[in-house]
Design a protein around this ligand. Structure first.
Ligand code: G3H
Length: 533
């Protein structure tokens, strides 16, 4: 059921219209004179004709296939099958480019945060956190790369053969990020990809796209031509034709597996297409009989509802031991109903509007399906619908025939199941298509110990008495089954976007002299034992 707003969400008039008519290709900000697409916020304001409508924030180029393929060719030329200036450059020189970019990026903090709030309705403190975390990620990446480089600054000798082993780039990367972290997660792919010597074509997510536009100039001024190319428009006109050329070496995508599979299928040489993917998850919270309920509820609130549950790491189903489920449900329902809903910039707003226009209706469909099959909404405010929001609904008891049990809701609906035997949630997890993380709430070490041994094989992070989350970004972020391919973290991402490659030479006077001269002459950027500080 569509609900029409009777008054605007905000009385503000949006006066920062961003009319983006450029894209970045081959180190140039090219003008776009073709069709544009309007970008709207799902926050409603009164427009200039007095109507209450989604707020018009700006416009972006609706690019066609031909310029997208030109951008691809510029990335291909900059990599030049490994012969380009960028992939053969000294590590220290590439790092200088990234430092320059980070310095410039910091100047756009307010602009980007404002757009994060309007475009994807992320609350103010989380929007600042996303920006700052991304800048920190860049500096941490630089330090991690220096560390990797320092460890490679040597010759090893085995069986009479010297080896100088480094990590080299893979080629041309197609980089596609998600709407829920349009800055942070896209940059967690793009930054390690390029610093390792790859070149990239990057298309921002559908929601959270304008916030990339202030950074176009910083990219242009910081990196050599062709290293970073930024395009705007629809996936089918841009990403699909790019994949069909077979010129992409790595598909780096955070989003849904359906998009990853569809893009992969278009590549003519799948055997050599590397994948770095962060995909769906259905992370469970398991509440053991002796869990500290106050702490568990606090963690389950942040786990299920931070950014309205629109996080791949969100807790998407709770399993509560049957003897405590009533008490848990009672306390949890009160805690959820006490959360503050507001516009992203309002003080202490925890719940905010949903950025996708039809999301609230999808949430409602999940609820109706569950109610039809025997669940109830157990919190008083649960399921209250407005034009762009649905107040978080806790559903209990949930059963395996309900859509909410299977689907990754990515929004404010919280299914709860009770269990008698711990094998019940374990079997659900073992049978699940997903395997990212789990939260385990309890105190009894003799119960927790053996459970951890199993859970660690079902997912890739077991959170004890804590909500699931990706951070701190130095820890490995990955998943089993349909949840991920490759590992991301400050350190692991550098590995994911590179391959070990080395120079070997038999130990003999002639070779030793050549190596000695190469090290002294600095004729090679690869062979060097310089210690990067
Ligand atoms: O959407 C998935 C994100 O990687 C979650 O990150 O746990 O820091 O919110 P987070």
């Amino acid at each position: 059921m569509e609900v029409k707003p009777s008054k605007p969400d905000s009385n503000e008039t949006y006066d920062k219209f961003v009319d983006c008519k450029t894209y970045l290709v081959d180190g140039k900000l090219k003008s776009w004179s073709g069709k544009s697409s309007d970008v709207f916020s799902n926050i409603y304001t009164r427009n200039k004709d007095g109507e209450i409508k989604p707020t018009l924030l700006g416009s972006i180029p609706d690019m066609e296939t031909e310029p997208a393929l030109e951008a691809l060719d510029s990335a291909v030329a900059a990599f030049n099958r490994g012969k380009g200036k960028w992939p053969t450059m000294r590590v220290g020189e590439r790092i200088k480019c990234l430092e320059k970019f980070a310095d410039k990026m910091k100047n756009y903090r307010e602009e980007v945060v404002n757009l994060l709030m309007w475009e994807i309705s992320k609350n103010k403190s989380d929007s600042y956190k996303e920006f700052d975390r991304t800048v920190d990620y860049i500096y941490d990446t630089i330090e991690a790369y220096k560390e990797i480089d320092r460890k490679s600054a040597k010759f090893e000798k085995q069986s009479g053969i010297y080896a100088h082993i480094r990590r080299g780039p893979l080629g041309v990367i197609l980089c596609l990020g998600p709407y829920n972290y349009p800055l942070n997660e896209t940059f967690c792919l793009l930054i390690p990809a390029i610093i390792m010597g790859n070149t990239a074509v990057f298309k921002p997510a559908k929601h959270g796209v304008l916030l990339i536009t202030p950074l176009l100039k910083a990219f242009k001024e910081s990196f050599p031509p062709g290293v970073v190319n930024i395009l705007f428009g629809r996936g089918r006109k841009i990403a699909s034709p790019i994949m069909k050329t077979g010129k992409i070496d790595v598909l780096a995508l955070i989003g849904h597996s359906s998009s990853a599979v569809a893009l992969q299928d278009l590549h003519p040489n799948k055997n050599r297409l590397r994948l770095v993917l962060g995909l769906e998850a259905k992370n469970p919270g398991i509440v053991l009989p002796d869990a500290d309920l106050d702490l568990t509820i606090k963690e389950c609130i942040s786990g299920t509802l931070s950014y309205n549950g629109q996080r791949c790491t969100a807790l998407k189903i709770l399993f509560v031991y049957e003897s405590i489920v009533d008490e848990f449900n009672k306390k949890f329902a009160i805690a959820v109903d006490n959360l503050k809903y507001g516009l992203p910039w309002e003080k202490d707003a925890f719940l905010t509007p949903l950025p996708e226009p039809h999301k609230a209706n999808y949430m409602q469909d999940l609820i109706h399906d569950a109610i039809k099959k025997g669940a109830k909404i157990i919190n008083k405010k649960g399921g209250t619908l407005s034009h762009n929001y649905l107040y978080p609904a806790i559903l209990y008891p949930v059963s395996t025939d309900m859509n909410i049990y299977h689907e990754e809701q990515f929004g404010p609906v919280i299914p709860i199941m009770s269990y008698k035997d711990i094998d019940e949630p374990l079997n659900v997890m073992a049978a699940s298509e997903y395997g990212q993380q789990v939260s385990l709430f309890g105190n009894d070490v003799s119960k927790i110990g053996p459970l951890v041994d199993i859970l660690a094989n079902l997912v890739c992070r077991v959170n004890l008495n804590s909500a699931c989350q990706r951070g701190p970004d130095v820890y490995p972020f990955t998943g089993r089954k349909n949840s991920a391919v490759s590992t991301l973290s400050v350190h692991d991402a550098l590995r994911s976007f590179s391959i070990r490659t080395f120079v070997a030479a038999k130990d003999n006077p002639k070779n030793n002299k050549i190596i000695g001269s190469l090290l002294n002459s600095k004729d090679s950027n690869f062979i060097n034992t310089e210690y990067l500080l």
